[in-house]
Design a protein around this ligand. Structure first.
Ligand SMILES: [Fe+2]
Ligand SMILES: [Fe+2]
Length: 182
Protein backbone atom coordinates (compact mmCIF):
# COMPACT_ATOMS: atom_id res chain seq x y z
CA UNK A 1 0.00 0.00 0.00
CA UNK A 2 1.26 3.41 -0.91
CA UNK A 3 -1.58 5.40 0.54
CA UNK A 4 -2.32 6.94 3.86
CA UNK A 5 -5.24 4.63 4.40
CA UNK A 6 -6.23 4.51 8.04
CA UNK A 7 -4.46 7.71 8.95
CA UNK A 8 -7.67 9.66 9.34
CA UNK A 9 -10.44 8.71 11.72
CA UNK A 10 -13.12 10.57 9.76
CA UNK A 11 -13.71 11.09 6.08
CA UNK A 12 -11.66 9.10 3.59
CA UNK A 13 -9.21 11.05 1.46
CA UNK A 14 -10.00 11.61 -2.23
CA UNK A 15 -7.43 8.97 -3.07
CA UNK A 16 -9.14 6.49 -0.74
CA UNK A 17 -12.52 7.29 -2.25
CA UNK A 18 -11.16 6.58 -5.71
CA UNK A 19 -9.43 3.39 -4.59
CA UNK A 20 -12.59 2.09 -2.98
CA UNK A 21 -14.53 2.89 -6.12
CA UNK A 22 -12.21 0.99 -8.42
CA UNK A 23 -11.79 -1.85 -5.93
CA UNK A 24 -15.51 -2.43 -5.51
CA UNK A 25 -16.28 -2.07 -9.20
CA UNK A 26 -13.59 -4.59 -10.08
CA UNK A 27 -15.02 -6.95 -7.43
CA UNK A 28 -18.57 -6.45 -8.68
CA UNK A 29 -17.72 -7.08 -12.30
CA UNK A 30 -15.73 -10.12 -11.26
CA UNK A 31 -18.76 -11.43 -9.37
CA UNK A 32 -21.08 -10.64 -12.28
CA UNK A 33 -18.89 -12.53 -14.71
CA UNK A 34 -18.97 -15.51 -12.33
CA UNK A 35 -22.76 -15.36 -11.92
CA UNK A 36 -23.20 -15.65 -15.67
CA UNK A 37 -20.64 -18.46 -15.82
CA UNK A 38 -22.70 -20.39 -13.26
CA UNK A 39 -25.85 -19.78 -15.28
CA UNK A 40 -24.20 -20.75 -18.56
CA UNK A 41 -22.91 -23.99 -17.08
CA UNK A 42 -26.47 -24.94 -16.18
CA UNK A 43 -28.52 -23.34 -18.98
CA UNK A 44 -25.93 -22.67 -21.68
CA UNK A 45 -27.19 -25.32 -24.08
CA UNK A 46 -30.80 -24.26 -23.73
CA UNK A 47 -32.78 -21.46 -25.37
CA UNK A 48 -31.26 -18.84 -23.03
CA UNK A 49 -27.66 -19.82 -23.80
CA UNK A 50 -26.95 -17.08 -26.33
CA UNK A 51 -28.42 -14.28 -24.27
CA UNK A 52 -26.46 -15.43 -21.21
CA UNK A 53 -23.25 -15.56 -23.24
CA UNK A 54 -23.95 -12.08 -24.59
CA UNK A 55 -24.33 -10.68 -21.08
CA UNK A 56 -21.28 -12.55 -19.83
CA UNK A 57 -19.17 -11.15 -22.68
CA UNK A 58 -20.16 -7.64 -21.63
CA UNK A 59 -19.33 -8.43 -17.98
CA UNK A 60 -15.95 -9.72 -19.13
CA UNK A 61 -15.30 -6.39 -20.86
CA UNK A 62 -16.37 -4.53 -17.70
CA UNK A 63 -14.07 -6.74 -15.64
CA UNK A 64 -11.13 -6.28 -18.01
CA UNK A 65 -11.61 -2.53 -17.89
CA UNK A 66 -11.55 -2.39 -14.09
CA UNK A 67 -8.65 -4.84 -13.96
CA UNK A 68 -6.81 -2.35 -16.16
CA UNK A 69 -7.69 0.48 -13.78
CA UNK A 70 -6.56 -1.59 -10.78
CA UNK A 71 -3.13 -1.90 -12.42
CA UNK A 72 -2.95 1.63 -13.82
CA UNK A 73 -4.06 3.36 -10.62
CA UNK A 74 -2.19 0.94 -8.36
CA UNK A 75 -5.25 -0.04 -6.39
CA UNK A 76 -5.18 -3.09 -4.16
CA UNK A 77 -7.86 -5.52 -5.36
CA UNK A 78 -10.32 -6.76 -2.78
CA UNK A 79 -9.04 -9.64 -0.67
CA UNK A 80 -12.45 -11.21 -1.18
CA UNK A 81 -12.01 -12.21 -4.83
CA UNK A 82 -11.86 -15.92 -3.91
CA UNK A 83 -15.17 -15.48 -2.10
CA UNK A 84 -16.81 -13.71 -5.04
CA UNK A 85 -15.37 -16.41 -7.30
CA UNK A 86 -17.37 -19.03 -5.42
CA UNK A 87 -20.37 -16.99 -4.29
CA UNK A 88 -20.95 -15.46 -7.72
CA UNK A 89 -20.79 -18.83 -9.41
CA UNK A 90 -23.03 -20.44 -6.79
CA UNK A 91 -25.63 -17.69 -7.10
CA UNK A 92 -25.67 -18.12 -10.87
CA UNK A 93 -25.75 -21.90 -10.82
CA UNK A 94 -28.39 -22.18 -8.10
CA UNK A 95 -30.76 -19.66 -9.68
CA UNK A 96 -30.25 -21.32 -13.06
CA UNK A 97 -31.02 -24.72 -11.54
CA UNK A 98 -34.28 -23.23 -10.25
CA UNK A 99 -35.20 -22.44 -13.83
CA UNK A 100 -34.83 -19.93 -16.62
CA UNK A 101 -37.14 -17.41 -15.00
CA UNK A 102 -35.28 -17.62 -11.69
CA UNK A 103 -31.99 -17.07 -13.50
CA UNK A 104 -33.46 -13.97 -15.11
CA UNK A 105 -34.83 -12.81 -11.74
CA UNK A 106 -31.29 -13.05 -10.41
CA UNK A 107 -30.11 -10.85 -13.27
CA UNK A 108 -32.81 -8.27 -12.58
CA UNK A 109 -31.88 -8.12 -8.88
CA UNK A 110 -28.14 -7.94 -9.41
CA UNK A 111 -28.34 -5.38 -12.19
CA UNK A 112 -30.72 -3.18 -10.19
CA UNK A 113 -28.26 -3.16 -7.31
CA UNK A 114 -25.37 -2.35 -9.65
CA UNK A 115 -27.39 0.36 -11.39
CA UNK A 116 -28.00 2.12 -8.06
CA UNK A 117 -24.34 1.70 -7.15
CA UNK A 118 -23.01 3.05 -10.45
CA UNK A 119 -25.52 5.89 -10.43
CA UNK A 120 -24.26 7.03 -7.02
CA UNK A 121 -20.64 6.69 -8.09
CA UNK A 122 -21.08 8.62 -11.32
CA UNK A 123 -22.87 11.41 -9.47
CA UNK A 124 -20.00 11.67 -7.00
CA UNK A 125 -17.28 12.02 -9.65
CA UNK A 126 -16.23 15.44 -10.86
CA UNK A 127 -14.80 16.60 -14.17
CA UNK A 128 -11.29 15.70 -12.98
CA UNK A 129 -12.37 12.06 -13.32
CA UNK A 130 -14.50 12.50 -16.43
CA UNK A 131 -13.12 9.43 -18.27
CA UNK A 132 -13.85 7.17 -15.28
CA UNK A 133 -17.29 8.73 -14.93
CA UNK A 134 -17.97 8.08 -18.61
CA UNK A 135 -16.86 4.48 -18.26
CA UNK A 136 -19.16 3.96 -15.29
CA UNK A 137 -22.08 5.57 -17.11
CA UNK A 138 -21.47 3.40 -20.16
CA UNK A 139 -21.34 0.23 -18.10
CA UNK A 140 -24.39 1.32 -16.14
CA UNK A 141 -26.27 1.54 -19.44
CA UNK A 142 -25.27 -2.03 -20.25
CA UNK A 143 -26.31 -3.25 -16.78
CA UNK A 144 -29.72 -1.69 -17.42
CA UNK A 145 -29.87 -3.54 -20.73
CA UNK A 146 -29.19 -6.76 -18.83
CA UNK A 147 -32.02 -5.92 -16.45
CA UNK A 148 -34.30 -5.32 -19.44
CA UNK A 149 -33.28 -8.68 -20.90
CA UNK A 150 -34.22 -10.30 -17.59
CA UNK A 151 -37.66 -8.66 -17.58
CA UNK A 152 -38.14 -9.56 -21.24
CA UNK A 153 -37.44 -13.21 -20.39
CA UNK A 154 -40.14 -13.34 -17.72
CA UNK A 155 -38.06 -12.74 -14.60
CA UNK A 156 -41.16 -11.37 -12.89
CA UNK A 157 -42.93 -14.69 -13.42
CA UNK A 158 -40.30 -16.63 -11.45
CA UNK A 159 -41.65 -18.40 -8.39
CA UNK A 160 -40.95 -16.25 -5.34
CA UNK A 161 -39.78 -13.35 -7.52
CA UNK A 162 -40.27 -10.59 -4.95
CA UNK A 163 -38.53 -12.43 -2.15
CA UNK A 164 -35.68 -13.59 -4.36
CA UNK A 165 -35.17 -10.15 -5.86
CA UNK A 166 -35.12 -8.49 -2.45
CA UNK A 167 -32.75 -11.08 -0.97
CA UNK A 168 -30.30 -10.94 -3.87
CA UNK A 169 -30.32 -7.13 -3.91
CA UNK A 170 -29.64 -7.09 -0.17
CA UNK A 171 -26.80 -9.54 -0.67
CA UNK A 172 -25.33 -7.37 -3.42
CA UNK A 173 -25.45 -4.30 -1.20
CA UNK A 174 -23.57 -6.16 1.54
CA UNK A 175 -21.03 -7.41 -0.99
CA UNK A 176 -20.56 -3.85 -2.28
CA UNK A 177 -20.08 -2.43 1.22
CA UNK A 178 -17.44 -4.96 2.24
CA UNK A 179 -15.61 -4.96 -1.09
CA UNK A 180 -15.01 -1.22 -0.87
CA UNK A 181 -12.85 -1.68 2.20
CA UNK A 182 -11.62 -5.24 2.50
FE1 LIG B 1 -21.04 -5.33 -15.47
FE1 LIG C 1 -24.43 -6.72 -15.87
Amino acid sequence: MTTNQGSLPGDPTPRQVLERMIRVDHAGEYGAQRIYQGQIDVLGRGPRGDVLRHMQAQEQHHLDTFAGLIAERRVRPTALLPLWHLAGYALGAVTAAMGERAAMACTVAVEEAIDEHYQAQAASLGDDEAPLRDTIEKFRGEELEHRAIGIEHEAERAVGYSVMRAAIKAGCRVAIAVSERI
